[in-house]
Design a protein around this ligand. Structure first.
Ligand code: SF4
Ligand code: SF4
Ligand code: FES
Length: 539
């Protein structure tokens, strides 16, 4: 939403532009573009109007009546989420009347609510808790028996519903219909027996189903994956980018004590709006599986210094036979900074000309968010290595013909890592692999250098639209693992080459100077992970 211009009511109001309207909110005059939603206008103006059913990415049905405000000339308070601003509108957001009716609506919403916050996954980030503490904070007047509804209702592959906690806001229904284009949910019954349920013959199994958990303002919809796993206030949120495909959805990594518990979407109107796919959410799982944590040489754990020395020797021995006998493997899962450091070492310093691109194979896609390219940085790899990148089929051919006698691999993610056992890697005199995960490739390697994965390092990915987006370390790498650019700088040093990088930011700035596609990209400001308690990031 555009920034409003602010002046006091007593001051002369600025002349409105023809496409904007002048609105007085709580005594101050503001200008907003025509058609601006009144709730958004009030909150832009700093009024803090509460809401449940409104969501900026969905239509507004005005069912919760929590956002009521007084508009001069209107006999009753109006739902601001359903009202566009109009010229010369005068709005009061906190009159005794609106505070009272909002409190009454809140009491009505809580009438049959089970108040099982101590065992609710949403506690600590629940909008109902927050509004109760902010606007009501009174004991219940209901001493009767509450209406009982079903608990632990299995709605689909990833989601469980607690019908008693549902406040009937319909956000989840609209998310299915308007975002996933899959009308899986509906309301059934009437009055205080109304319940959310699946539509006849349907399950909540669409590829965007977990967005319903994000938009649910209370703990009615919970993700099976996160249920009872961690309290919200123990989580810290770090802004990053999903590594699941070339769309590059903006996400928050929610982690605690060196473990990621979930990925949730972060709003970016140019990329993913407010959403992400279910598949992308589960990319965090591999961060904690089969990790490479110590350097290995000849299959045995060694110190970093020894591993780098052995790697440098293997590469030098083959380079001495001719630069054409050494190949390098780029990975479309690596950051621009790691790939840039690899290109600089391989192409500029070692004059290697055999380069291959690895990563995950293409998969399913749709017209909503999901891309067929299952790598977050194919565009970055191609932009950095130019036309020099060849396919893994070419690598297989070069291995069979012994056209390469040594290989330096950055990142094992994808086809190469999974199918390494089928390649004639035994033909190599030197196989040096910087890897974040153990597997057939690390088993075949002469030297393994433990590599930080995406959630453990700072850097950037370039999505399929060419947008260079920042990722941030949400947790430290496991064991002795290091970011790729750091490993390559140390390896270069062992080979007598000066690549004196000390931070990813330094690599980013150098890459931005040299690479056209990174021009204009921004590293952003330093960021400390945010503790989630009522951080208002979800719901
Ligand atoms: S389950 Fe949540 S999002 Fe869906 S209607 Fe109920 S409260 Fe709203
Ligand atoms: S669409 Fe792609 S980038 Fe977005 S969440 Fe899914 S896998 Fe991740
Ligand atoms: S937010 Fe306006 S009626 Fe629900």
């Amino acid at each position: 939403m555009p920034e409003p211009t602010v002046s006091t009511a007593s001051a002369a109001a600025p002349a409105p532009a023809s496409d904007s309207v002048t609105v007085v909110i709580d005594g101050k005059t503001h200008q907003f573009p025509k058609g601006t939603n009144l709730l958004e206008a009030c909150n832009e103006a700093g009024a803090n109007v509460p809401y449940f059913c409104y969501h900026p990415g969905l239509s507004s049905p005005a069912v919760c009546r929590q956002c009521l405000v007084d508009v001069k000339g209107q006999p009753k308070p109006v739902p601001s989420c359903y009202t566009p601003v109009a010229d010369k509108m005068e709005v009061t957001t906190a009159s005794p009347r609106v505070l009272d009716v909002r409190r009454q609506m809140l009491e009505f919403t809580l009438l049959n609510h089970p108040i099982d916050c101590p065992i609710c996954d949403k506690a600590g980030e629940c909008t109902l808790q927050k509004h109760y503490f902010d606007w009501d904070a009174k004991y219940t007047r209901n001493d009767g028996i509450k209406v009982k509804k079903d608990k632990v209702v299995d709605l689909g592959k990833h989601i469980v519903l607690d019908q008693e906690r549902c406040i009937l806001c319909t956000r989840c229904i609209r998310t299915c219909e308007e975002v996933a284009k899959s009308p899986d949910l509906t309301m059934a019954q009437r009055g205080d027996h109304e319940v959310l349920t699946t539509a006849p013959g349907r399950r909540l199994d669409n590829p965007y189903s977990l967005n319903t958990v994000d938009v649910c303002p209370v703990g009615a919809l919970t993700a099976k994956d996160f249920r009872f796993a961690m309290r919200a206030w123990e989580l810290y949120a770090t802004p990053s980018v999903c590594p699941g495909c070339a769309t590059g959805c903006n996400v928050e990594v929610h982690a605690s004590r060196d473990k990621v518990y979930r990925l949730v979407p972060r709003a970016n109107p140019s990329v993913n709006k407010f959403w992400m796919c279910d598949e992308g959410r589960f990319t965090y799982k591999r961060l904690h599986q089969e990790r490479t944590v110590v350097p290995l040489s000849g299959g045995l754990p060694v110190e970093w210094d020894r591993a780098l020395e052995d790697a440098a020797k293997k590469l030098r021995a083959s380079l001495d036979k001719g630069t054409g006998s050494v190949g390098v493997v780029f990975n479309a899962q690596s950051t621009n900074e790691d790939l840039y450091a690899l290109a600089k070492l391989a192409f500029d310093h070692l004059k290697i000309d055999k380069a291959y691109l690895a990563g995950y194979d293409e998969g399913w896609h749709d017209d909503i968010l999901v891309s067929a390219d299952k790598n977050p940085n194919t565009a970055g790899a191609k932009g950095i290595a130019g036309g020099r990148l060849r396919s893994l089929v070419d690598l297989s051919r070069d291995l069979k013909s012994k056209a390469v006698s040594a290989l330096l691999v950055l990142g094992e993610h994808g086809v190469l890592g999974a199918n390494a056992a089928a390649l004639p890697l035994g033909n190599l005199d030197g196989l040096v692999v910087a890897a974040s995960h153990n597997g057939p490739l690390t088993e075949a390697a002469h030297v393994v250098l433990p590599l930080a994965d995406w959630a453990e390092c700072d850097g950037t990915f370039t999505n399929k639209l060419g947008m260079v987006q920042r990722i941030r370390a949400a947790l430290p790498p496991p064991g002795d693992a290091l970011p790729g650019w750091d490993i390559l700088a140390h390896l270069a040093h062992k080979m007598g080459i000066a690549m004196d990088y000390t931070t990813a930011k330094q690599v980013f700035h150098e890459a931005r100077e040299k690479l056209g596609f990174m021009r204009g990209a921004d590293w952003g400001r330093p960021f400390l992970p945010v503790q989630l308690r009522f951080a208002n990031t979800r719901g």
